[in-house]
Design a protein around this ligand. Structure first.
Ligand code: UD1
Length: 395
Protein backbone atom coordinates (compact mmCIF):
# COMPACT_ATOMS: atom_id res chain seq x y z
CA UNK A 1 0.00 0.00 0.00
CA UNK A 2 2.63 2.54 1.02
CA UNK A 3 5.76 1.13 -0.44
CA UNK A 4 7.31 3.40 -3.00
CA UNK A 5 9.98 1.94 -5.25
CA UNK A 6 13.49 2.45 -3.85
CA UNK A 7 14.70 5.83 -4.96
CA UNK A 8 18.11 6.11 -6.53
CA UNK A 9 19.74 9.22 -5.13
CA UNK A 10 22.40 11.23 -6.87
CA UNK A 11 25.59 11.96 -4.91
CA UNK A 12 24.61 15.62 -4.50
CA UNK A 13 21.16 14.92 -3.09
CA UNK A 14 20.78 14.97 0.66
CA UNK A 15 18.26 12.77 2.34
CA UNK A 16 16.28 14.62 4.99
CA UNK A 17 15.64 12.27 7.87
CA UNK A 18 13.35 13.14 10.75
CA UNK A 19 14.26 11.50 14.03
CA UNK A 20 11.18 11.51 16.24
CA UNK A 21 11.86 11.95 19.93
CA UNK A 22 9.09 12.33 22.45
CA UNK A 23 9.67 10.87 25.86
CA UNK A 24 12.62 10.05 28.07
CA UNK A 25 13.47 6.57 26.72
CA UNK A 26 13.46 7.87 23.14
CA UNK A 27 16.36 10.24 23.62
CA UNK A 28 18.87 7.41 24.19
CA UNK A 29 17.59 5.76 21.02
CA UNK A 30 17.94 8.73 18.66
CA UNK A 31 21.27 10.03 20.01
CA UNK A 32 23.66 7.42 18.52
CA UNK A 33 21.78 7.52 15.25
CA UNK A 34 21.86 11.32 15.08
CA UNK A 35 25.61 11.30 15.66
CA UNK A 36 26.16 8.56 13.05
CA UNK A 37 24.03 10.33 10.43
CA UNK A 38 25.71 13.66 11.11
CA UNK A 39 28.95 12.11 9.79
CA UNK A 40 27.36 11.17 6.47
CA UNK A 41 27.48 13.69 3.64
CA UNK A 42 24.26 12.44 2.09
CA UNK A 43 22.22 12.68 5.29
CA UNK A 44 20.44 15.63 6.86
CA UNK A 45 19.20 14.42 10.26
CA UNK A 46 16.49 16.60 11.81
CA UNK A 47 15.42 16.08 15.42
CA UNK A 48 11.68 16.45 15.93
CA UNK A 49 10.71 16.64 19.62
CA UNK A 50 6.99 16.15 20.08
CA UNK A 51 7.07 17.49 23.65
CA UNK A 52 5.41 14.45 25.25
CA UNK A 53 8.00 14.80 28.02
CA UNK A 54 8.81 18.40 28.79
CA UNK A 55 10.29 18.73 32.29
CA UNK A 56 13.93 19.78 32.44
CA UNK A 57 14.99 16.50 34.03
CA UNK A 58 12.80 14.34 31.76
CA UNK A 59 14.01 15.94 28.53
CA UNK A 60 16.60 18.76 28.34
CA UNK A 61 19.03 17.01 30.70
CA UNK A 62 19.11 14.06 28.29
CA UNK A 63 19.82 16.24 25.27
CA UNK A 64 22.75 17.78 27.15
CA UNK A 65 24.14 14.46 28.38
CA UNK A 66 23.87 12.79 24.99
CA UNK A 67 25.49 15.69 23.12
CA UNK A 68 22.36 16.40 21.09
CA UNK A 69 21.63 19.87 19.72
CA UNK A 70 18.39 21.62 20.65
CA UNK A 71 15.55 19.93 18.75
CA UNK A 72 15.30 21.42 15.26
CA UNK A 73 11.51 21.19 15.45
CA UNK A 74 9.47 21.19 18.66
CA UNK A 75 5.79 20.31 18.59
CA UNK A 76 5.14 21.14 22.27
CA UNK A 77 2.16 18.82 22.68
CA UNK A 78 2.52 18.09 26.41
CA UNK A 79 0.38 15.68 28.42
CA UNK A 80 -3.21 14.53 27.99
CA UNK A 81 -5.33 11.42 27.66
CA UNK A 82 -4.09 8.90 25.13
CA UNK A 83 -6.40 10.15 22.40
CA UNK A 84 -5.66 13.79 23.16
CA UNK A 85 -1.91 13.31 23.17
CA UNK A 86 -1.90 11.08 20.07
CA UNK A 87 -4.29 13.40 18.21
CA UNK A 88 -2.32 16.53 19.05
CA UNK A 89 0.93 14.96 17.82
CA UNK A 90 -0.74 13.83 14.58
CA UNK A 91 -2.18 17.28 13.89
CA UNK A 92 1.04 19.12 14.69
CA UNK A 93 3.28 16.68 12.84
CA UNK A 94 1.12 16.64 9.71
CA UNK A 95 1.75 20.38 9.36
CA UNK A 96 5.48 19.83 9.79
CA UNK A 97 5.47 17.10 7.14
CA UNK A 98 3.72 19.33 4.63
CA UNK A 99 6.09 22.21 5.30
CA UNK A 100 9.36 20.28 5.40
CA UNK A 101 8.75 17.23 3.16
CA UNK A 102 11.31 14.83 4.67
CA UNK A 103 12.47 11.79 2.70
CA UNK A 104 12.44 9.53 5.72
CA UNK A 105 10.84 9.46 9.16
CA UNK A 106 12.42 7.33 11.88
CA UNK A 107 10.25 6.50 14.87
CA UNK A 108 11.66 4.72 17.90
CA UNK A 109 10.28 2.68 20.79
CA UNK A 110 6.63 2.44 21.71
CA UNK A 111 5.32 5.72 23.09
CA UNK A 112 2.19 7.53 21.91
CA UNK A 113 4.23 9.84 19.67
CA UNK A 114 5.76 6.82 17.89
CA UNK A 115 2.30 5.73 16.84
CA UNK A 116 1.07 9.27 16.10
CA UNK A 117 3.97 10.23 13.82
CA UNK A 118 3.77 6.90 12.00
CA UNK A 119 0.08 7.36 11.21
CA UNK A 120 0.52 11.01 10.20
CA UNK A 121 3.37 10.07 7.84
CA UNK A 122 1.88 7.05 6.12
CA UNK A 123 -1.27 9.04 5.29
CA UNK A 124 0.41 12.24 4.17
CA UNK A 125 0.42 13.30 0.58
CA UNK A 126 2.79 15.98 -0.61
CA UNK A 127 0.53 16.46 -3.58
CA UNK A 128 -2.69 17.41 -1.82
CA UNK A 129 -4.52 17.79 -5.14
CA UNK A 130 -3.97 14.21 -6.23
CA UNK A 131 -3.67 12.74 -2.75
CA UNK A 132 -0.91 10.59 -4.13
CA UNK A 133 2.75 10.78 -4.97
CA UNK A 134 5.85 9.99 -2.96
CA UNK A 135 5.60 9.80 0.79
CA UNK A 136 8.43 9.66 3.28
CA UNK A 137 9.73 6.21 4.12
CA UNK A 138 8.76 5.32 7.71
CA UNK A 139 11.21 3.17 9.62
CA UNK A 140 10.69 1.81 13.13
CA UNK A 141 13.71 1.33 15.33
CA UNK A 142 13.06 -1.25 18.08
CA UNK A 143 10.43 -3.04 16.00
CA UNK A 144 8.88 -6.42 16.69
CA UNK A 145 8.81 -6.38 20.48
CA UNK A 146 5.62 -7.85 21.94
CA UNK A 147 4.41 -8.34 25.50
CA UNK A 148 1.18 -9.94 24.19
CA UNK A 149 -0.60 -7.79 26.77
CA UNK A 150 -3.03 -5.46 25.05
CA UNK A 151 -3.89 -3.68 28.30
CA UNK A 152 -0.52 -1.91 27.94
CA UNK A 153 -0.80 1.28 25.87
CA UNK A 154 2.70 0.60 24.56
CA UNK A 155 1.66 -2.77 23.10
CA UNK A 156 -1.03 -1.09 20.99
CA UNK A 157 1.52 1.48 19.87
CA UNK A 158 3.96 -1.29 18.86
CA UNK A 159 1.41 -3.34 16.92
CA UNK A 160 0.04 -0.40 14.93
CA UNK A 161 3.46 1.12 14.25
CA UNK A 162 4.89 -2.18 13.02
CA UNK A 163 1.90 -2.85 10.79
CA UNK A 164 2.44 0.48 9.01
CA UNK A 165 6.19 1.08 8.91
CA UNK A 166 8.06 0.22 5.76
CA UNK A 167 11.36 -0.71 7.40
CA UNK A 168 11.41 -2.65 10.67
CA UNK A 169 14.70 -2.58 12.57
CA UNK A 170 14.60 -5.22 15.28
CA UNK A 171 16.81 -5.54 18.37
CA UNK A 172 16.68 -9.33 18.70
CA UNK A 173 15.55 -12.54 17.00
CA UNK A 174 12.25 -12.65 18.91
CA UNK A 175 11.37 -9.35 17.22
CA UNK A 176 11.90 -10.94 13.80
CA UNK A 177 9.84 -13.99 14.80
CA UNK A 178 6.93 -11.86 16.05
CA UNK A 179 6.82 -9.82 12.85
CA UNK A 180 6.98 -12.87 10.59
CA UNK A 181 4.17 -14.47 12.59
CA UNK A 182 2.10 -11.31 12.06
CA UNK A 183 2.57 -11.62 8.32
CA UNK A 184 5.18 -8.92 7.78
CA UNK A 185 7.20 -9.43 4.59
CA UNK A 186 10.72 -10.64 5.38
CA UNK A 187 12.28 -7.97 3.15
CA UNK A 188 11.03 -5.25 5.51
CA UNK A 189 12.81 -6.68 8.56
CA UNK A 190 16.43 -5.95 9.40
CA UNK A 191 17.90 -7.13 12.69
CA UNK A 192 20.20 -4.32 13.79
CA UNK A 193 20.66 -4.97 17.52
CA UNK A 194 19.98 -2.76 20.50
CA UNK A 195 20.54 0.96 20.00
CA UNK A 196 20.41 1.66 23.79
CA UNK A 197 23.71 -0.16 24.12
CA UNK A 198 25.25 2.28 21.63
CA UNK A 199 24.29 5.15 23.95
CA UNK A 200 25.68 3.33 26.95
CA UNK A 201 29.01 2.66 25.24
CA UNK A 202 29.10 6.17 23.79
CA UNK A 203 28.76 7.64 27.30
CA UNK A 204 30.60 4.96 29.29
CA UNK A 205 33.64 7.10 30.09
CA UNK A 206 31.52 9.95 31.47
CA UNK A 207 29.35 7.51 33.41
CA UNK A 208 32.37 5.87 35.01
CA UNK A 209 33.93 9.22 35.87
CA UNK A 210 31.23 10.13 38.39
CA UNK A 211 30.21 8.52 41.67
CA UNK A 212 26.91 9.54 43.23
CA UNK A 213 27.21 7.23 46.24
CA UNK A 214 28.50 9.96 48.62
CA UNK A 215 25.66 12.29 47.56
CA UNK A 216 23.06 9.70 48.59
CA UNK A 217 25.07 8.26 51.46
CA UNK A 218 25.30 4.83 49.81
CA UNK A 219 28.04 2.23 49.47
CA UNK A 220 29.02 0.99 46.00
CA UNK A 221 27.48 -2.41 45.24
CA UNK A 222 25.38 -2.43 48.40
CA UNK A 223 22.14 -0.71 47.46
CA UNK A 224 19.15 -1.46 45.28
CA UNK A 225 17.85 0.92 42.63
CA UNK A 226 14.09 1.33 42.09
CA UNK A 227 12.18 2.83 39.16
CA UNK A 228 8.41 2.50 38.72
CA UNK A 229 6.08 4.35 36.39
CA UNK A 230 3.78 1.85 34.61
CA UNK A 231 0.10 2.74 35.03
CA UNK A 232 -0.55 -0.86 36.15
CA UNK A 233 1.79 -0.36 39.13
CA UNK A 234 1.38 3.27 40.05
CA UNK A 235 -2.13 4.39 39.09
CA UNK A 236 -4.08 2.18 41.50
CA UNK A 237 -4.12 3.17 45.19
CA UNK A 238 -4.05 -0.37 46.65
CA UNK A 239 -1.30 -1.53 44.35
CA UNK A 240 0.87 1.53 44.95
CA UNK A 241 0.34 1.38 48.72
CA UNK A 242 1.35 -2.29 48.80
CA UNK A 243 4.45 -1.61 46.66
CA UNK A 244 5.48 1.22 49.03
CA UNK A 245 5.13 -1.05 52.09
CA UNK A 246 7.20 -3.79 50.46
CA UNK A 247 9.90 -1.36 49.35
CA UNK A 248 10.17 0.01 52.88
CA UNK A 249 10.58 -3.53 54.25
CA UNK A 250 13.26 -4.35 51.63
CA UNK A 251 15.09 -1.10 52.42
CA UNK A 252 15.52 -2.30 56.02
CA UNK A 253 17.72 -5.12 54.64
CA UNK A 254 19.39 -3.16 51.85
CA UNK A 255 19.17 0.61 51.22
CA UNK A 256 17.12 1.58 48.17
CA UNK A 257 17.54 4.58 45.91
CA UNK A 258 14.30 5.56 44.15
CA UNK A 259 14.36 8.31 41.49
CA UNK A 260 10.65 9.11 41.18
CA UNK A 261 8.98 9.48 37.76
CA UNK A 262 6.49 12.41 37.48
CA UNK A 263 3.52 10.04 37.02
CA UNK A 264 4.50 8.14 40.16
CA UNK A 265 5.14 11.29 42.20
CA UNK A 266 1.74 12.68 41.24
CA UNK A 267 0.02 9.52 42.44
CA UNK A 268 2.11 9.20 45.60
CA UNK A 269 1.05 12.74 46.47
CA UNK A 270 -2.58 12.22 45.43
CA UNK A 271 -2.92 9.10 47.58
CA UNK A 272 -1.01 10.60 50.54
CA UNK A 273 1.77 7.97 50.33
CA UNK A 274 4.78 10.20 49.77
CA UNK A 275 5.20 11.00 53.49
CA UNK A 276 5.49 7.34 54.41
CA UNK A 277 8.35 6.99 51.92
CA UNK A 278 10.10 10.15 53.11
CA UNK A 279 9.86 8.91 56.70
CA UNK A 280 11.67 5.70 55.84
CA UNK A 281 15.37 6.29 56.47
CA UNK A 282 16.83 3.69 54.12
CA UNK A 283 14.54 4.42 51.18
CA UNK A 284 16.06 7.43 49.47
CA UNK A 285 13.85 9.37 47.07
CA UNK A 286 15.26 11.60 44.35
CA UNK A 287 14.03 13.54 41.35
CA UNK A 288 14.35 11.80 37.97
CA UNK A 289 18.01 11.82 36.94
CA UNK A 290 19.83 12.76 33.76
CA UNK A 291 21.21 9.89 31.65
CA UNK A 292 24.78 9.98 32.94
CA UNK A 293 23.75 10.29 36.60
CA UNK A 294 21.18 7.53 36.28
CA UNK A 295 23.51 5.13 34.51
CA UNK A 296 26.12 5.81 37.17
CA UNK A 297 23.73 4.63 39.90
CA UNK A 298 22.88 1.59 37.75
CA UNK A 299 26.57 0.72 37.27
CA UNK A 300 27.17 0.81 41.04
CA UNK A 301 24.05 -0.91 42.38
CA UNK A 302 23.62 -4.49 43.65
CA UNK A 303 20.26 -5.00 41.94
CA UNK A 304 17.45 -3.13 40.23
CA UNK A 305 13.70 -3.24 40.85
CA UNK A 306 11.87 -1.73 37.90
CA UNK A 307 8.96 -1.80 35.47
CA UNK A 308 10.86 0.03 32.72
CA UNK A 309 11.62 -1.58 29.37
CA UNK A 310 15.00 0.01 28.75
CA UNK A 311 16.41 -0.79 32.19
CA UNK A 312 15.71 -4.50 31.67
CA UNK A 313 18.03 -4.25 28.66
CA UNK A 314 20.73 -2.13 30.25
CA UNK A 315 20.99 -4.45 33.27
CA UNK A 316 21.18 -7.48 30.97
CA UNK A 317 24.06 -5.87 29.11
CA UNK A 318 25.83 -5.05 32.38
CA UNK A 319 25.01 -8.40 34.05
CA UNK A 320 23.25 -6.69 36.98
CA UNK A 321 20.32 -8.62 38.50
CA UNK A 322 17.01 -7.01 37.60
CA UNK A 323 13.58 -7.70 39.08
CA UNK A 324 10.84 -6.54 36.74
CA UNK A 325 7.55 -5.80 38.47
CA UNK A 326 5.36 -6.94 35.61
CA UNK A 327 3.52 -10.13 34.62
CA UNK A 328 5.17 -10.09 31.19
CA UNK A 329 7.91 -8.47 29.17
CA UNK A 330 8.19 -7.49 25.53
CA UNK A 331 11.93 -8.12 25.95
CA UNK A 332 12.01 -11.90 26.67
CA UNK A 333 15.67 -12.20 25.74
CA UNK A 334 16.52 -10.30 28.93
CA UNK A 335 14.99 -13.20 30.88
CA UNK A 336 16.10 -16.18 28.77
CA UNK A 337 19.65 -14.94 28.29
CA UNK A 338 20.10 -11.96 30.56
CA UNK A 339 19.91 -11.05 34.23
CA UNK A 340 16.22 -10.13 34.30
CA UNK A 341 13.40 -11.97 36.08
CA UNK A 342 9.73 -11.12 36.27
CA UNK A 343 8.20 -10.80 39.68
CA UNK A 344 4.98 -10.00 41.50
CA UNK A 345 4.06 -8.21 44.70
CA UNK A 346 3.91 -11.62 46.38
CA UNK A 347 7.42 -12.77 45.52
CA UNK A 348 9.34 -9.48 45.31
CA UNK A 349 10.84 -9.68 48.81
CA UNK A 350 11.81 -13.33 48.38
CA UNK A 351 13.36 -12.57 44.96
CA UNK A 352 15.51 -9.84 46.52
CA UNK A 353 16.68 -12.28 49.22
CA UNK A 354 17.43 -14.92 46.56
CA UNK A 355 19.61 -12.48 44.63
CA UNK A 356 21.43 -11.34 47.73
CA UNK A 357 22.33 -14.93 48.62
CA UNK A 358 23.41 -15.86 45.08
CA UNK A 359 26.88 -15.72 43.61
CA UNK A 360 27.40 -14.43 40.05
CA UNK A 361 24.57 -15.47 37.74
CA UNK A 362 24.93 -17.31 34.48
CA UNK A 363 24.02 -14.51 32.08
CA UNK A 364 24.99 -13.65 28.54
CA UNK A 365 24.65 -10.66 26.22
CA UNK A 366 22.23 -11.03 23.30
CA UNK A 367 23.52 -11.04 19.74
CA UNK A 368 24.26 -7.61 18.22
CA UNK A 369 24.01 -5.75 21.52
CA UNK A 370 27.46 -4.43 20.84
CA UNK A 371 27.36 -0.64 20.49
CA UNK A 372 27.35 -0.82 16.68
CA UNK A 373 23.63 -0.71 16.01
CA UNK A 374 23.66 2.87 14.68
CA UNK A 375 26.19 1.82 11.99
CA UNK A 376 23.91 -1.04 10.92
CA UNK A 377 20.95 1.33 10.73
CA UNK A 378 22.96 3.76 8.59
CA UNK A 379 23.87 0.87 6.29
CA UNK A 380 20.22 -0.14 6.04
CA UNK A 381 19.24 3.43 5.10
CA UNK A 382 21.95 3.50 2.42
CA UNK A 383 20.59 0.24 1.02
CA UNK A 384 17.05 1.61 0.97
CA UNK A 385 18.03 4.77 -0.91
CA UNK A 386 20.72 3.02 -2.97
CA UNK A 387 23.41 5.28 -1.60
CA UNK A 388 26.52 3.18 -1.93
CA UNK A 389 30.08 4.45 -2.14
CA UNK A 390 29.22 7.98 -1.03
CA UNK A 391 31.86 9.65 1.14
CA UNK A 392 31.52 10.57 4.79
CA UNK A 393 31.58 14.30 5.55
CA UNK A 394 35.09 14.21 6.79
CA UNK A 395 36.47 12.65 3.59
C1 UD1 B 1 5.52 7.53 28.81
C2 UD1 B 1 5.30 6.38 27.81
C3 UD1 B 1 5.94 5.10 28.36
C4 UD1 B 1 7.39 5.33 28.72
C5 UD1 B 1 7.47 6.50 29.71
C6 UD1 B 1 8.89 6.79 30.13
C7 UD1 B 1 3.23 6.34 26.48
C8 UD1 B 1 1.89 5.74 26.39
N1 UD1 B 1 3.89 6.11 27.63
O1 UD1 B 1 4.81 7.21 29.98
O2 UD1 B 1 5.88 4.11 27.36
O3 UD1 B 1 7.92 4.17 29.32
O4 UD1 B 1 6.92 7.65 29.07
O5 UD1 B 1 8.93 7.81 31.06
O6 UD1 B 1 3.65 7.00 25.57
N2 UD1 B 1 4.77 14.41 33.21
C9 UD1 B 1 5.44 15.46 33.80
N3 UD1 B 1 6.57 15.91 33.19
C10 UD1 B 1 7.06 15.34 32.06
C11 UD1 B 1 6.37 14.26 31.49
C12 UD1 B 1 5.23 13.81 32.07
O7 UD1 B 1 5.02 15.99 34.81
O8 UD1 B 1 8.10 15.79 31.56
C13 UD1 B 1 3.53 13.93 33.83
C14 UD1 B 1 2.35 14.14 32.90
O9 UD1 B 1 1.70 15.30 33.20
C15 UD1 B 1 1.50 12.93 33.12
C16 UD1 B 1 2.45 11.89 33.65
O10 UD1 B 1 3.65 12.52 33.99
O11 UD1 B 1 0.52 13.16 34.08
C17 UD1 B 1 2.66 10.79 32.65
O12 UD1 B 1 3.25 11.29 31.45
P1 UD1 B 1 2.96 10.59 30.02
O13 UD1 B 1 3.86 11.14 28.99
O14 UD1 B 1 1.53 10.66 29.75
O15 UD1 B 1 3.26 9.07 30.23
P2 UD1 B 1 4.41 8.33 31.03
O16 UD1 B 1 3.79 7.68 32.19
O17 UD1 B 1 5.58 9.23 31.27
Amino acid sequence: MLTCPPAAVSPVTRITIHLIAAARPNFMKIAPLYHALEKEKWAKPVIVHTGQHYDLNMSDAFFQDLGLPEPHIHLGVGSGTHAEQTGRVMMAYEKVLLETKPDMVIVVGDVNSTLACTIATVKISYDTLKNSGPRPVVAHLEAGLRSFDRTMPEEINRIVTDSLAEILWTPSQDGNDNLIREGVAKEKIVMVGNIMIDSLEMMRKKIEEIDLCPEFNLEKGEYGLVTLHRPSNVDDLDMLKEICSILIRISEKMPLLFPVHPRTRKNLEKYGLIKMLYNSKKLILSDPMSYIRFMSVVFNCRLVITDSGGIQEETTYLGIPCLTMRPNTERPVTVTQGSNRLCTLKNLEQSVSDILSEKNGDYSIPELWDGKTADRVVKSIKNRFRLHNLPKKSL
